[in-house]
Design a protein around this ligand. Structure first.
Ligand SMILES: [Zn+2]
Length: 415
């Protein structure tokens, strides 16, 4: 059941490796229900989605591994069945002919404490601390970082654990509601300060920094995986990691991270942030009406990823320019606009944007960026404004680049 959403990918090349993806299975042996917002949830059917995912990954024959983006079991699962349910689900994943990497979500932690959950999900328990972050390298060129989004969290740790206490302190400070899962009265991005989310602690942040430093040295490209989304552009505000901004500050210090993949926000999403990093939030298996699916696989190439989704999981092409390609994009580098943009950009240490974004946008064919350009609805480029924007920081630079690119696409198109 379910048909892969066809797209032309990889430009005829063979992928370096491929892996299966699925998120938010949230199985429970209970009748169908609804989310807080009234979205239907199919608790028993989600097991069938998982079974079809594994079947399809096995039929594919060339997938090297699979990643489960968390929330394997639902919080409504009767607690005397939690252990049995998680074992059953892991058993379904184990029918895949390859390794499966799991991560924990809030719903997993409603069912079982970390010390039970981590061994069941075969999550390496670094130093026996109960932390669930880890990394792996399927090829010399790529590294995967799996973050533990419930590191600082009011769920999953023992009640008197320092991380529980820190999370409760944090929630008391940020969310005045007596029900800490309610965003009532919270405004804008503050709506993420809810008990069903969590944050990355100091130790994990230092670990992440070290891994990215190492990956940079080894010239590896990094794919960051976390149950909780890391970019407001790809997710509802209520689903974001508490300190997504601090995590992205660390990631933005390096050039090695190309994409961040998450679950948790069941609707799914895709964005490209101010530094050109893609954020893809995967559609939930739980919300597939009977007979439909939400899973996929990702083909990984040198400078792109291609997510081939089934049914409700949208296919997505995720690409980034490689440096040689950029330097040889002569029409861009010699254009009058470029010569205006370049010195300003260099002075502000923002050459990354000009060098990576502009040529790529002008080259066209990058769907999301083009769509962003169209949304900006600006057809003219005023150089004075442009200069001013440049000095206001990265987000503005990005917008200016899109404007410039749109202008140049028009120019190129007419010659
Ligand atoms: Zn979740």
């Amino acid at each position: 059941m379910g048909s892969a959403n066809a797209l032309t990918n990889g430009h005829g090349m063979h992928p370096l490796f491929s892996f299966g993806v699925i998120s938010d299975v949230q199985y429970a042996d209970i009748p169908d229900g609804h989310s807080f917002l009234g979205v239907p949830r199919y608790y028993r059917h989600s097991m069938l989605v998982l079974q079809r995912a594994v079947q399809s990954w096995n039929n594919h024959k060339k997938l090297n591994f699979a990643i489960n983006f968390g929330d394997i079991v639902d919080g409504h699962c009767p607690k005397d069945q939690s252990l049995h349910a998680v074992k059953k689900l892991v058993g379904e994943f184990d029918k895949f002919n390859g390794p499966v990497y799991h991560m924990i979500g809030n719903h997993c932690l409603y069912n079982l404490p970390r010390d039970k959950l981590l061994p069941l999900l075969k999550i390496p328990n670094l130093g026996g601390s109960g932390h669930a972050y880890y990394e792996f390298s399927p090829t010399p060129d790529y590294r995967f970082v799996v973050l533990d989004g419930y590191d600082i969290s009011a769920i999953g740790w023992p009640d008197d654990h320092p991380n529980t206490l820190e999370a409760l302190r944090f929630l008391r400070e940020k969310n005045p509601n007596s029900d800490k899962n309610s965003p009532d009265g919270l405004r804008g991005l503050h709506r993420r300060f809810l008990m069903f989310n969590g944050g990355i602690g100091k130790e994990q942040m230092e670990w992440l920094d070290g891994v990215l430093q190492d990956a940079t040295k080894m010239k590896q490209k990094v794919i960051v995986c976390c149950h909780l989304p890391l970019d407001p552009g790809a997710s509802s505000k209520e689903a974001l990691l508490w300190n997504y901004d601090q995590v992205m500050d660390v990631i933005h210090r390096y050039n090695c991270v190309k994409v961040c993949i998450a679950g948790h926000d069941h609707e799914g999403g895709h964005s490209i942030d101010s530094h050109g990093i893609h954020h893809r939030v995967l559609e939930a298996a739980l919300e597939c009406p009977p007979g439909t699916d939400a899973y996929g696989y990702i083909d990984v190439y040198d400078n792109m990823l291609s997510l081939v989704g089934t049914d409700r999981m949208k296919s997505t092409e995720i690409s980034w320019p490689d440096v040689c390609e950029v330097v040889t994009t002569k029409p861009v580098l010699t254009s009058p606009i470029m010569s205006k943009l370049m010195p300003v950009s260099m002075n502000n240490h923002n050459d990354h944007f000009i060098l990576t974004w502009l040529p790529r946008l002008v080259a066209g064919g990058v769907g999301p960026a083009m769509a962003a350009a169209a949304r900006l609805n600006q057809t003219t480029l005023q150089h004075e404004n442009c200069k001013e924007h440049m000095q206001q920081g990265n987000v503005q630079i990005f917008k200016v680049c899109i404007k410039a690119a749109k202008f140049m696409i028009k120019m190129n198109g007419s010659t």
